[in-house]
Design a protein around this ligand. Sequence first.
Ligand code: HEM
Ligand code: HEM
Length: 166
Amino acid sequence: MSQTAVAYRPAQIWLHWSVVIGVIVQIGFHDPIVAVVDAREAGQAPTASDVSLAWVHVGVGSLILLAVLARLYLRWRHGTPGHAPGTSVLQARSATLMHAVLYGLLLAMVVTGMLTWTGIAPLGGLHFAINVALFFSALVHAAAAIFNQVVRKDGTLARMVPLLRR
Ligand code: HEM
Ligand code: HEM
């Protein structure tokens, strides 16, 4: 992986925001899949509508997996712009660590979700706990990007929002 790119590529930016939308859909839309897993565990038949809607959660989750893999490939192939000028070593390390944590949590969501859905391992509780960690990590990450853009005025947010570029 190189750090030599001048800016994120349009594909990296589109994939970033597609994953954000996907995660919001997943967090807001999970009742049917929970109902299906609960019914299975209770030895009952889930309703047909819950089963159909559960596949939406599985489908969106699978698209998130493809998007994350594509992002990791683009990072490896084309690199990232590195940190904004004036970023301290501590802040740069925290940002790099946070990005790795976010990628790790996204992949862990997919793996625990798939293992639970296929019945290989009942990891619904872990899936939920990782989801909480992802939610708060993303919140801190977004707050840091907005802080850097608005207070430090170093253009961090503009890297992912080209409309903010002057
Ligand atoms: C980043 C991607 C994902 C997010 C943010 C997400 C989020 C969630 C949330 C918030 C729940 C409700 C947990 C609860 O209330 O107990 C849930 C449940 C579930 N999700 Fe996901 N999910 C994602 C990906 C996936 C994928 C890819 C699959 C499977 C292919 C999947 C399968 C499941 C299953 C089976 C449940 C029910 C777990 C249970 O009740 O034991 N999820 N998901
Ligand atoms: C589910 C929510 C989110 C996830 C999982 C996520 C994940 C990530 C990851 C993994 C990166 C590193 C990209 C790379 O270098 O390959 C990144 C970069 C970035 N994200 Fe997010 N993000 C989320 C939400 C947000 C939000 C809401 C904002 C803005 C308010 C935001 C702003 C940014 C910015 C500006 C960068 C570039 C940072 C830099 O180059 O130093 N992200 N995001």
